[in-house]
Design a protein around this ligand. Structure first.
Ligand code: PA5
Length: 446
């Protein structure tokens, strides 16, 4: 049994239960396509049975590699972008200590930093400066093995590691995660003798967090990847059958019913700062999967209550084309009680004795009531706590719902043709060999 709950009652002022249920046959057809590989993009369905198919041997190999990196490195830099970055970042931030980089005790300290997710010169320069007196390792992740952003970061950090340790020693601290055969990274890893893990052909980048792409950095950060996969396995079982009892079906049908009713933007809302990057992962998953053929819900996100003081006005009172999906975490890991103060100069004694989370929960409830009254339909997804097993459930839940939702929308949820356009222009502007015609064409536009 999965522990995640989906509550759609607060959308019923905008769409009816019948309008949601009318989409159940389309959701059942979508499930059938996902389970039997009969829909568009069927070559990329490896993620559907991935949790159940993940072997103990693979998990043991990842854990051993993570231990080796942890034992030998103060810092491990995970290099990757998009699907080769966001899943690991999301899970590590959700599970980790908020101030992990400054912790000195082993349990709360995180060794993982990220690079290759941008082309920021200052970012890379400052990272190299930080690593100058550190024992560091590298996990370089790229399915295609040719993506420019991680390739630049890897070239810089590989050179630095080799100059700090010598080539032979450096190659023991580099792990590559890439295609089994294709791409520059595979070739380089083979020639340099790096430890490698394979990203299977049939798992697309944004669906790859439960492969070594996500699992290795998460394990290096000190988290329990077996519990994460176990949670995903539970959700895999809970999302097989058609109908409303399947939480992924309920979420997919409800958001599509809202889209058809003119709600074109979905805001994923959290009340826990540790979920900021989880929302970034979700944005990629849904944005790249659904935004095509001039269709698709625009995925946005806010971190509350922080953003109630910035985006709150627009959400409460702006154009009524939005709905929100609140990711609510039932319990916190720590307890902090607001103290009483004899002078009460700040007038806060009415909160004395309450946990900070009680205040946060009332902020959430008060906002939900205000938003629903103000014409913002509210979906609520509840998880018990930010722990590995529940995040595993949540990840698989969103992946499965995304596949169902994309097929209801009648797009191919598993390609991303639009991502290539900027790359073509960038290569043309940088005069990459092989792009001569594009270079001439783009220069004519400048
Ligand atoms: O979802 C996707 O496929 C993309 O976002 C990729 O993950 C991203 O472009 C990185 O690609 P690669 O892993 O090939 O470097």
């Amino acid at each position: 049994m999965s522990t995640l709950k989906v509550d759609v009652k607060n959308v019923l002022g905008t769409v009816s239960a019948e309008q949601i249920q009318e989409l159940n046959p389309a959701a059942a057809a979508a499930l059938d396509k996902l389970h039997n590989g009969t829909g568009a993009g069927a070559d990329f369905l490896g993620w559907v049975n991935l949790p159940g198919d993940t072997t103990d041997a693979l998990l043991a190999d990842i854990e051993a590699c993570a231990k080796q990196l942890r034992d030998n490195c103060d810092v491990v830099v995970a290099i990757g972008i998009g699907g080769s970055y966001l899943g690991a970042k999301a899970v590590i931030e959700a599970l980790g200590d908020s101030f992990s980089m400054l912790r000195t005790d082993d349990k709360r300290r995180c060794r993982v930093l990220f690079a290759g997710q941008n082309i920021g010169e200052d970012y890379l320069n400052e990272l190299q400066d930080l690593l100058r007196d550190k024992k560091f390792g590298i996990i370089v992740i790229s399915k295609s093995g040719t993506t420019t952003e991680p390739a630049i970061a890897f070239r810089l950090l590989k050179e630095q590691l080799e100059s700090q340790l010598g080539k032979a020693e450096a190659s023991k601290r580099i792990v590559a995660i890439t295609d089994a055969k294709r791409g520059a990274l595979r070739q380089l890893a083979t020639e340099e003798g790096y430890k490698t893990f394979v990203i299977e052909d049939n798992v697309g980048g944004r669906f790859s967090v439960l492969t070594p792409v996500g699992l290795l950095p998460i394990a290096v950060a000190g988290f329990d990847i077996r519990a994460l996969v176990e949670g995903a396995r539970r959700m895999q079982k809970a999302t097989v059958a058609p109908g409303d009892e399947n939480p992924a079906v309920l979420y997919a049908t409800t958001r599509n019913a809202l889209y058809r009713a003119g709600k074109k933007i979905e805001i994923l809302v959290n009340y826990n700062p540790k979920l900021h990057f989880f929302a970034e992962w979700w944005k990629q998953l849904y944005g790249e999967s659904e935004g095509k053929d001039h269709k698709g819900i625009f995925p946005a996100a806010v971190d509350n209550s922080t953003d109630l003081h910035s985006m709150g006005q627009w959400i409460q009172d702006g154009e009524r084309t939005i709905f929100e999906t609140v990711l609510s975490v039932e319990t916190q890991q720590h307890t902090t009680v607001i103290p009483s103060d004899e002078a009460n100069l700040d007038g806060l004694n009415y909160l004395a004795g309450k946990r900070v989370d009680e205040v946060n929960k009332m902020a959430e409830l008060g906002t939900r009531i205000a938003h629903v009254d103000g014409g913002v339909p509210n979906l609520r997804i509840t998880v018990p706590a930010l722990k590995e097993e529940y995040l595993g459930e949540l990840i698989y839940f969103f992946e499965k719902a995304c596949g169902i939702s994309g097929y209801i929308l009648d797009v191919n949820p598993f390609n991303q043709p639009g991502v290539e356009d900027y790359k073509r222009n960038m290569f043309a502007l940088l005069e990459k060999p092989g792009y001569e015609a594009e270079t001439a064409a783009i220069k004519a536009k400048l």
